[in-house]
Design a protein around this ligand. Structure first.
Ligand code: NAD
Ligand code: ZN
Length: 358
């Protein structure tokens, strides 16, 4: 049993840094230290199927401390990235080359405890739940073998951790889910870490016009640096933003992306792509229980409305290591997305910066 620090959410809203006990991996599991990221939905109590108390975090990178019996794909000392979407390799979606949504993923089968239905975390005599089987807000965590990818030993863990969720999600939404074509027009709603990664993906795919949409104009400079050709703030216009985008582009953009997580902006993004061949990709997560109602004519004329998780068709265990190699070969610069680096004890400060749009 390892004692280490972890950020525990005893209930929704706040994290407290506690000393926890982490039980050793059992058969088919391994242990990796990790780096934290934002899990605001979980903290607000609006993440579907979650259970408290919990150690959040799902975007990390670490080093294997030890492996459980029968683990063969990695060993102690390997650099790894825990994955928020597993790749069991056996289910029908894992066997389908077009899908990355393993049937062992959280929405199908809650991942609040490990596959053997027990937890490896305890604190003050209480069992603590896992989050998405990864719980990266801990110095040590235990994850199933098929929920971790082995990555290049040269990768800087404090930088490539972004590839564990946000960057890969946004970049892959453009390249794999929308399949953005050279010379096309794109609109990206929300210019946070995920939306900026969509901008990078659209640019890499050769889009000729990329319009960033955000209510926080402080995001525009970075968006332009990463490839946005125009940036607009819906609050600067009297009319709905979908009408503004339609006028700017003639008939609407070829591809629109929603990377905010609001029902109204999802509908606006859908209405912003052209009525015939337009493709709208839903990237933002909605509060559990949300519902959207739309005028079906929006789809009748040919528009396509899609969703995406962790980069669309990228199989996590195979493709995340390739993305890490791409990072090392400087095919893209995800370091530009890093705005602050904080010590673990300041995990709550990180969330305050996120809430403040910083
Ligand atoms: P973020 O908070 O950093 O960015 C959101 C941006 O949206 C901010 O810049 C904010 O100013 C802007 N915004 C808020 N309301 C707006 C409005 N009404 N109109 C225009 N802009 C508005 O968040 P993030 O980390 O980039 O994540 C974005 C979304 O993607 C979240 O919903 C997150 O849960 C989701 N997400 C989905 C996946 C997936 O696999 N599908 C993976 C990671 C994150
Ligand atoms: Zn699977």
């Amino acid at each position: 049993v390892i004692r280490c620090r972890a950020a525990v959410a005893w209930a929704p809203s706040k994290l407290s840094v506690e000393e926890v006990e982490v039980a050793p991996p059992k058969a088919g599991e391994l242990v990796a230290s990790s780096i934290c990221r934002t899990d605001e939905y979980l903290l607000q109590g609006s993440f579907p199927n979650a259970e408290f108390p919990v150690i959040p975090g799902h975007e990390g990178a670490g080093i294997v401390e030890s492996v459980g019996e029968g683990v063969t794909s990695m060993k102690s000392g390997d650099n790894v990235m825990p994955l928020s979407i597993p790749q069991c390799g056996e289910c029908s979606f894992c066997r389908n080359p077009e899908s990355n949504y393993c049937q062992k993923s959280h929405i199908s089968e809650p991942q609040n405890v490990l596959p053997d239905k027990t937890t490896r975390f305890s604190c003050k005599g209480k069992q603590i739940h896992h989050f998405l089987w990864v719980s990266t807000f801990a110095e040590y965590t235990v994850v199933p073998e098929y929920t971790v990818a082995k990555i290049d030993a040269a990768a800087p863990l404090d930088k490539v951790c972004l590839l564990g969720c946000g960057f890969s999600t946004g970049y892959g939404a453009a390249i794999n889910t929308a399949k953005v074509k050279p010379g096309s027009t794109c609109a990206v709603f929300g210019l946070g870490g995920v939306g900026l990664s969509v901008v990078m993906g659209c640019k890499a795919a050769g889009a000729s016009r990329i319009i960033g949409v955000d209510i926080n104009k402080d995001k525009f400079a970075k968006a332009k640096e990463l490839g946005a050709t125009d940036c607009i703030n819906p609050r600067d216009f009297q009319k709905p933003i979908q009408e503004v985008l339609t006028e700017m582009t003639g008939h609407g953009v070829d591809y629109s992306f929603e990377a905010i997580g609001h029902t109204d902006t999802m509908i606006a993004a859908l209405a912003s792509c052209n009525m015939s061949t337009g493709v709208c990709v839903m990237v933002g997560d909605l509060d559990s229980g949300s519902e959207i109602s739309i005028n079906p004519t929006l789809l009748l004329t040919g528009r396509t409305w899609k969703g995406t998780v962790l980069g669309g068709s990228w199989k996590p265990r195979e493709c995340i290591p390739k993305l890490v190699s791409g990072y090392l070969e400087k095919k893209f610069n995800s370091d530009l997305l890093i705005t602050h680096t904080l010590p673990f004890a300041k995990v709550n400060e990180g969330f305050e910066l996120l809430r403040a749009g910083k």
